[in-house]
Each structure stands twice: as structure tokens, then as C-alpha cells.
Design a protein around this ligand. Structure first.
Ligand code: IMP
Length: 206
């Protein structure tokens, strides 16, 4: 089986390809991805946004199984925010973003600010990843993975990206930014969704 990924992110492509190889699944990049129109990510859920992307991009690779993903952080004390707005959380409250600050730092600063008065026991949340597979403009399956954790009071660790330094994973006693790539793949929302998808490919293979 072969899956074409709708991403321009070399890191994601590498991660997916390494995990998929174990299942005998070939992973390819969608040709000319950067020059294709961007999907409008205005869905209310991760599922809706992942589906919009897979259905749009599968039209550019006729007959191929095309994979798209959507992910983010949902914090319980914030009613699930930043959720589908995780990538642009601080940008939506522009006054909190100072010139020259990077997007991840601004998002993390806003999250800490919103949780300033929230007690430790209430600082629970989860990373969510949804993978959607589509063929010729129609979704054929989708898979959700989650990782539960606690939002720290300050950043810990130098690895990862996004909200990783603030996301404490109790089972390993570390923040996601303190995990090796292998550890993160084993426990993360993305790893969980990916394994579900690969199990599906196994059941669909002749
Ligand atoms: P996207 O699905 O690649 O668009 O990611 C959405 C946003 O969610 C990212 O920009 C990050 O802020 C956040 N996010 C998603 N997955 C992770 C993760 O594994 N670690 C840290 N932040 C993440």
C-alpha cells in the first residue's frame, strides 16, 4: 500500500515514513504541495479540518490514498482552548504578541497568562491529532490520537516544538520537550493516531 502525504514539513514526512515502513506502507510526498491552493481550516473540530485538507489535496493525486492531519492542544480549564486555534492562538489576541517574538513563544506565553490563576489539579489537558485519508476528494477513514498531560507553570526542556515545553507527561515524569524523538513517537497523540491508521492499512490490504 502507498500513502501520499499532504505536507511540506520534511520532519512530519520523515516521522510518518519511518513508522509506516514497519507496516510495509510506502509514504510519498504530494508533488508540488507548496504551489497548491491552501485549505481553509475553518472547521469547529480537528476531524473537520483534517477532512477538509485530505479531500482538497486528494483531488491533486487521482486514485491515490492521500493523508492530511490536524492537531492541537485542548486545555480543560479553558473549555478546550486553544483547540483548533492552537497554531494561531496568540495571533488571535494580537496585543499579546510583541515584535520579534516567535509564534511558539507567543502562544506559550498566552497560555501561561490564561492559566495564571488556575490551580495545579485543574491544569489538565490533552494533545489531539486527527489523521484523515481521502481518495479522489472523498474521505475514506479518519483516526484520532490523544496524549493526556498537565500544563506546567514554566517551560521545561529544549526539544520538541509548539507547546511541548509546557506539556508535562506524568507517566514519564518529563515535559514533551524533554523526550527523545523515539519517546515522543511512542506516547504522543501523533504516534497514537499513526498506529491506528497503520493498523487500518493492514486490515484493508489484500
Ligand atoms: P498543525 O496540526 O501542524 O497545524 O499544528 C497545530 C498546532 O498545534 C501547532 O502549531 C502547535 O502549536 C500545536 N501542536 C500540535 N502538535 C503538537 C505537538 O506535538 N507538540 C507541541 N505543539 C503541538
Amino acid at each position: 500500500m502507498r500513502i501520499v502525504i499532504a505536507t511540506s514539513n520534511a520532519g512530519k514526512l520523515r516521522d510518518f515514513a519511518a513508522a509506516a515502513a514497519v507496516y510495509g506502507v510506502d509514504i510519498a510526498a504530494l508533488a508540488h504541495f507548496k504551489s497548491l491552493p491552501e485549505a481553509v481550516e475553518d472547521g469547529a473540530t480537528f476531524e473537520a479540518n483534517a477532512r477538509k485538507k485530505s479531500e482538497l489535496y486528494s483531488r491533486y493525486a487521482p486514485g491515490e490514498l492521500v493523508l492530511a492531519d490536524d492537531s492541537g492542544l485542548a486545555v480543560d480549564a479553558l473549555g478546550g482552548a486553544p483547540g483548533v486555534y492552537s497554531a494561531r492562538y496568540a495571533a488571535m489576541e494580537a496585543e499579546t504578541v510583541t515584535a520579534g517574538e516567535d509564534v511558539d513563544a507567543a502562544n506559550n506565553a498566552l497560555l501561561l497568562c490564561k492559566l495564571a490563576d488556575v490551580a495545579d489539579a485543574e491544569r489538565t489537558g490533552r494533545f489531539v491529532c486527527v489523521l484523515s485519508l481521502a481518495v479522489d476528494g472523498r474521505e475514506v477513514a479518519s483516526f484520532r490520537g490523544e496524549a493526556k498531560g498537565v500544563i506546567l507553570h514554566e517551560a521545561r526542556g529544549g526539544g520538541g516544538f509548539g507547546y511541548d515545553p509546557l506539556f508535562y507527561f506524568p507517566a514519564l515524569g518529563k515535559s514533551f520537550a524533554e523526550l527523545t524523538a523515539e519517546e515522543k513517537a511512542a506516547v504522543s497523540h501523533r504516534g497514537a493516531a499513526l498506529r491506528k491508521m497503520l493498523e487500518w492499512t493492514r486490515s484493508e490490504s489484500p
